[in-house]
Design a protein around this ligand. Sequence first.
Ligand SMILES: *Cc1c(COP(=O)(O)O)cnc(C)c1O
Length: 595
Amino acid sequence: MSDPQVSIDLARIEHNARTVVDLCRHSGITPFGVTKGTCGMPQVARAMLRGGVAGIAESRFENIRRLRDAGIDCPIMLLRSPPLTRVEELVRSVDISLQSELQLMREISRVAERLGRVHDVILMIDLGDLREGIWPNDLVSTVEEVLTLPGVRIAGVGTNLTCFGAIVPTQDNLTQLVSHAYKVECILGRPLDWVSGGNSSSLPLLLAGGMPAGINNLRIGEAILQGGRDTFLTEPWQALDRDAFELTGELLEVKIKPSMPIGQSGIDAFGNVPVFVDEGDRLRGIANIGREDVIAEGLIPTRPGVRVLGASSDHLVLDLTDADPPLKVGENVSFRMNYGAMLTVMTSEYVEKVPMLDVRETGEGRAYAITADAVGGALMVVQGVAERIEHLGFVHREDEQAVSLSICGHRRDLLPHVEAAGQLHDALGVIWIDSDAAMMPDSDDTAPPADNATLRRMLTRLPPHVAPENIVLIGLRNAAPEEVAALKATRMRVFPMSEIDAVGLRQAMRDAIAIASAGTRGFHLCYSPTATDMSGWSGGIGGITVRETHSAMEMAALSGKLRSLSISGIDAALPSPIVAECANFILSAFGKTIL
Ligand SMILES: *Cc1c(COP(=O)(O)O)cnc(C)c1O
């Protein structure tokens, strides 16, 4: 491992979301999930939505754009006022926002009117925490003013507590919110959609049965992401899982050193005067994580006996004396984090973000399955593909654990296999190694698509469990202008040959596997022989080399995430040496290596 990594367990996030949603339902509350702690990671938003939240709430436009670009079309709430320059983006991309300033709402109304829309707002009321909010004395006059703005609709009232002033939500202050809501409803002459009673810090009151009737929304981030580590400090809510995030770094140095620095002391790299306790000689370790990545004080080592002593910009100093089991140079150390530490990790460029669902093991005794049409089947028999796969330790068995191989005459024949794999594996990525974009416009979508429209058809009819942000196209070298335009409009990552020339196939494939595996249960690999330049065959001229193709297949096998594999273009017209090479590629994808 080179860089520090944070792994994000989407199944735990989904579980927490479901737990919170179920609790809220009993009190007539519909929660929104807050993704700002993960920079609006689409996989995290999807996990929350699977858990049942009614919408996603975010604090930043960059994050909202990331969610929308990923095709997430649920209601999105902006958790703060936009800067004046971004009011148009607000009106266009956000369904509802929290507001407390008339001047801004005037501008929102003006822009919304111009765009022919009406923007929903939740008026925030300050109940004493002294962050955002209208002062209760000004509420009536503010509502009357907003009523004169045609582009803004008051959809609700809300409050935010435990943020700046650390004022906790109580039956008393939230009852005040309900009575303010009632006042506003009287002025409007209609019920409000939302009475939004705060963030995760309102959950203890809800659990204790003290939530006043009339509150019908909460905006929950921390409790879903971190299981309430910071919310339920003294009495954990056991139903929540606190371990969705784990930060891992590598030990760069492990040495016995005294616990008191030697020499004249001044100030440290951050202007502080450090204080040390003399514990004698201790075994100390340095990990490749620093203050640029994390608030070190919020780290909780997962290994018993490990203590965090402090950090500089990019070194984390640990006491490893009592580590059980002991730790050596080059080994990994892992940490849980409080919310502040998690936020910094998620915003650090230097920390790799690894969303994941469960990961299954590869190896001996794995099952495989093959499907092919008559011609492809016969060609695979000639090449002895099944026997050679079994020779690698696979057994033929058609169950959901099996790596399934499909041999297709045409690109378009891939589609049912991708679809079946998507359904089988719940959440799946796709890596497509091909020379052609196959994105030509496709007029008749009731018939099977033309070969050169296959990918476009796949994208327009994505199985529900394949998300565009998990699809990668590798090896592109032919694309008509209309295909280029269509590709740019998709959210797919494309590695054209020019980029492979620049970064190398291994790097491209490494990125592709990370993208296709991010938050999925693995990926389906589609391969067209035209991607590869094979001697004496005009079909692949200008493509990746035979060795590079093997390398890509071996990497797919090593990743342990390859669920299924389709090879297209295998028909009677394909010269037999090329068919033989394709059979070798298949073997590499099943983990065959030279040694
Ligand atoms: C961040 C934020 C939330 C979510 O807070 P958590 O403690 O993560 O649940 C809710 N409302 C507003 C206005 C926020 O800024």
